[in-house]
Design a protein around this ligand. Structure first.
Ligand SMILES: NC(=O)c1ccc[n+]([C@@H]2O[C@H](COP(=O)([O-])OP(=O)(O)OC[C@H]3O[C@@H](n4cnc5c(N)ncnc54)[C@H](O)[C@@H]3O)[C@@H](O)[C@H]2O)c1
Length: 457
């Protein structure tokens, strides 16, 4: 952890908040949200923020807007809302821009995505129509099922990165935002593994100039963002920011990063159920998961290259939660299978089935069936809101801004990023405790261990 820092200019007027551990700068001015990929998730998020601002709906599912945090002892009865406990950006102060390979503004993109009802969209039409996509950095070699015309041209990847950096500066100027955050809501790219080009800033910049194949478009956005000192979150399972160069840049430029792959739908269920089985020492012999999904994301994931990226992300969670090395009798031989099937009639309303073969006392088998009729983007939108809000907080917080990866945000991801050598925490409840204890720590509040012996002294 970084050492305690004092504010350079602590004036009561600026409401700079200090605690024993961290100095948190106030959230003054506008927060600019920059979104590569203006599809179903991005438009559902932005439309939602505007609908909430207009009093048309409530921010259901968002920890930053609705969540509370217990402080002190149970008998203290102190449970403020998280947004009152910490200086978070207010919804009124959020401004938006994005990039996409299609020319649709946010209103048309949201209409096509078909997630939100027309009646709601109609009430926020002028606002949504005003957000037009900037030209994207795109290459079909990384997303085979897509093709669009709203694409930047450049003689090499470095030139494209420079253009994105220019977009960032332009948005900051024209929107009047005092701070920015970028969040990738673009399609899932093909499966890539880290190579030598991703190792350092030097090798990466050489790779950009030489058009190295291992540099995907999403990495160009991440690089541009971090070079401009803008925090970056990755909502897709792509490698993107999960490479040493990005960690180096993030730390150097004090622009926090986090990822990968929003934890919604089936994986959310998995990380809710699996910790319960382990808590009760129930064995698992098989976990078969399959989905039908009919939105553009489903279409992209129908390509084996993109699906491989998603599959890796979805398969990882059980091993980490159930710890077969520690519990070989219970979890050594799990057969874990995940499938996604593109099925257009369902649109964004995914259906995910899980068949879980478990066993109990003396090895007697049992079965659990889960049929989750969910709405993908409805589950993802509050995650986007929380991530941009918390990443902005991280950048304003002395103790977090130079850390690089914000592991305390693992709560939101299927494949949480960690520093090399550290395994990720997947258990949703441990993730939540970690997140809330981080917030308590920043404000110098006691961490909650749930020991509770003091009540019986
Ligand atoms: N909805 C969920 O529950 C959920 C959960 C986890 C992850 N995700 C991931 O979030 C991402 C977005 O999901 P979605 O449902 O909105 O998909 P979508 O297909 O509706 O939107 C993605 C958008 O990204 C655009 N795009 C692709 N490459 C781009 C590039 N290089 N630059 C700019 N734009 C680009 C596409 O044109 C499209 O409009 C996907 O990668 C998906 O796998 C979604």
């Amino acid at each position: 952890m970084a050492t305690r820092q004092k504010s350079a200019n602590p004036s009561p007027k600026t409401e700079t908040r200090k605690s024993e551990n961290a100095t948190i700068q106030p959230a003054t001015g506008k927060l600019g949200i920059m979104i590569p990929g203006m599809g179903a998730v991005a438009t559902t998020f932005v439309a939602g923020v505007e609908a909430i601002r207009k009093g048309l709906a409530k921010p259901i599912g968002s920890l930053t807007q609705m969540g509370t945090i217990r402080l002190g002892k149970r008998t203290d009865h102190r449970s403020p809302k998280i947004k009152d406990f910490l200086p978070l950006a207010r919804l009124e102060d959020l401004v938006f821009t994005g990039w996409d390979i299609f020319e649709d503004d946010m209103y048309s993109a949201a209409s096509k995505a078909g997630v939100l009802e027309r009646e709601l969209l109609q009430q926020i039409k002028p606002f949504m129509s005003s957000i037009k996509p900037r030209k994207a950095v795109f290459d079909r070699n990384y997303v085979k099922r897509l093709d669009g015309r709203n694409v930047k041209k450049g003689k090499n990847k470095m030139e494209l990165a420079e253009q994105v950096r220019e977009d960032i500066r332009d948005f900051k100027k024209t929107s009047g935002a005092s701070r920015l955050v970028m969040i990738w809501c673009g399609s899932t790219e093909i499966f890539l593994q880290p190579t030598a080009v991703h190792a350092t800033v030097k090798s990466f910049e050489k790779g950009l100039t030489e058009n190295d194949e291992a540099i995907a478009p999403s990495m160009i956005y991440a690089y541009a963002s971090l070079m401009e000192g803008v925090p970056f979150a990755n909502g897709a399972p792509n490698l993107t920011a999960d490479i040493p160069v990005m960690l180096e840049l993030s730390r150097r430029n004090e622009a926090p990063i986090c990822g990968k792959d929003f934890k919604t739908g089936q994986t959310l269920m998995k990380t809710i159920l699996a910790p319960g089985f382990k808590a009760r020492l129930l064995g698992v012999s098989g976990w078969y998961s399959t989905n039908i999904l009919g939105n553009r994301d489903g279409e992209v994931l129908d390509d084996p290259g993109s699906f491989k990226t998603k599959e890796e992300s979805k398969l990882g969670v059980l091993d980490h939660i159930l710890q077969p090395a520690l519990y070989p009798d219970l979890y050594k031989n799990i057969f874990h299978k995940v499938g996604i099937n593109y099925y257009p009639p369902r649109g964004d309303n995914k259906e995910g089935w899980d068949n879980i073969d478990i066993f109990g006392w003396l090895g007697y088998p049992m079965q659990i069936k889960v049929d989750f009729l969910c709405r993908d983007s409805i589950l993802a939108a509050p995650i986007v809101l929380d991530l941009v809000t918390f990443l902005d907080l991280a950048q304003r917080t002395s103790e977090l801004r130079g850390l690089g990866i914000q592991e305390w945000l693992s709560f939101y991801f299927k494949s949480p990023m960690t520093v090399p050598g550290l395994y990720p925490e997947h258990d949703l409840f441990i993730q939540l405790m970690k997140l809330k204890n981080t917030l308590r720590h920043l404000k110098g509040e006691e961490l909650i261990t749930h020991l509770g012996l003091e009540y019986y002294d």
